[in-house]
Ligand binder design. Structure first.
Ligand SMILES: NC(=O)C1=CN([C@@H]2O[C@H](COP(=O)(O)OP(=O)(O)OC[C@H]3O[C@@H](n4cnc5c(N)ncnc54)[C@H](OP(=O)(O)O)[C@@H]3O)[C@@H](O)[C@H]2O)C=CC1
Ligand SMILES: CC(C)(CO)C(=O)C(=O)O
Length: 312
């Protein structure tokens, strides 16, 4: 691995909301950035560059070194995978011939088993663990919008060895130098589950009622369901010995009650609303699978999952 960041070669796979944000920031700062996209998105990005309207970083257009399909990105030092959960297997297949022995792979996605799936596909590579708190989306014209005043990316490794820990620090510095708020938490597994518990409650309840956070909050019955979903996902985390504490859950509840804007929606709600493929299986589906394996009751998660599946 070359430690001169200007010489590093990095690719972003999946130029939607999250990948688009990371790609725009990297392209603005570094020379050797490849974007993996397909169809008309690929054509537009190669002709026009990547445009972003960000409430943190302002509006700008930046230009990647190369825009190509995932199966053609070539040798890279770092690959960021920013697709929806249901695309991970396909992306891994497309990357098979592209990943070199020293390539570091960083999924930046929701969910708790994507890094594991990627580790299985690339057992010799360093695959880091990460998550991002952001609200970002790709527009019809393939430009990216990022809303809100913060977008922290948490990164770490559940594989605790020297190689992995060194890689965390390199990728962290690489992202920070490009202006991305990258932080290394003490326990990345707990941090990932923390957000996942929020996704398994807030995303699911907003999708179920097809409404924003304000409409859950102002309704005591829906708020109680939100809390039950949180408790069920937390029970699964505890059964898996993940260190999510009562204080973490209280903090999620505080954010839900007082911090998230009333108009905030979730990715699952938007995907259901728009009739797009969803990450329901990555949220409730995985919780149910693990709950059944570990004998943890999750009745509300199962009920809402069953109802939501009928809408697909
Ligand atoms: N958006 C957000 O604000 C947040 C999202 N997340 C999480 O981040 C992850 C990514 O979400 P998000 O960015 O919203 O997703 P999007 O749907 O906006 O973007 C995913 C992109 O991946 C592309 N893609 C899929 N398969 C391939 C492939 N084989 N090769 C190249 N490109 C591919 C899609 O392209 P195409 O259009 O061609 O299908 C699409 O542009 C998810 O896990 C999500 O839950 C987490 C926090 C917030
Ligand atoms: C914004 C947030 C945190 C909502 O739970 C999210 O991750 C999503 O929409 O997928």
């Amino acid at each position: 691995m070359n430690n001169n960041f200007n010489d590093l070669r990095a690719a972003v796979v999946g130029i939607g909301g999250v990948g688009g944000y990371i790609a725009a920031m990297l392209c603005k700062h570094y020379e050797h950035i490849t974007l993996a996209a397909r169809g008309s998105r690929k054509e537009s990005l190669s002709q026009n560059g990547i445009s972003m309207k960000s409430e943190i970083h302002g509006s700008f257009t930046a230009y990647p070194e190369k825009v190509t399909e995932t199966s053609d990105i070539g040798a890279q030092d770092i690959i960021f995978i920013c697709v929806k959960g249901f695309s991970v297997e396909q992306v891994c297949n497309e990357l098979k011939e592209q990943v070199a022995a020293n390539t570091i792979i960083v999924p930046v996605m929701n969910g708790v088993d994507n890094a594991e799936k990627i580790r299985k596909a690339f057992p010799k590579n360093i695959v880091l663990d990460s998550l991002i708190y952001i609200s970002a989306f790709a527009n019809e014209d393939f430009s990216i919008s990022q809303v809100g005043t913060i977008a922290p990316l948490y990164m770490g490794t559940i594989v605790n060895d020297e190689r992995h820990n060194a890689a965390v620090h390199i990728v962290n510095a690489f992202l920070k130098e490009a202006g991305i708020d990258c932080q290394i938490p003490a326990d990345i597994e707990a941090e990932t589950w923390n957000k996942y518990i929020l996704n398994c409650s807030q995303n699911v309840i907003t999708a179920y009622y097809d409404c924003d956070t304000g409409h859950i909050r102002e309704n005591p019955e829906r708020t109680a369901q939100f809390e039950t979903l949180m408790d069920e996902a937390w029970s699964v985390a505890k059964a898996k010995n993940i260190n999510v504490t009562q204080a973490d859950i209280d903090e999620l509840m505080r954010k839900f009650r007082y911090v998230f804007p009333a108009t905030s929606t979730t990715s699952l709600q938007r995907d259901f609303h728009d009739g797009k493929p969803t990450e329901l299986d990555m949220f409730s589906g995985y919780i149910i699978k693990e709950a059944d394996r570990l004998n943890v009751p999750v009745p509300l998660t199962k009920e809402l999952y069953t109802q939501l599946v009928k809408r697909i």
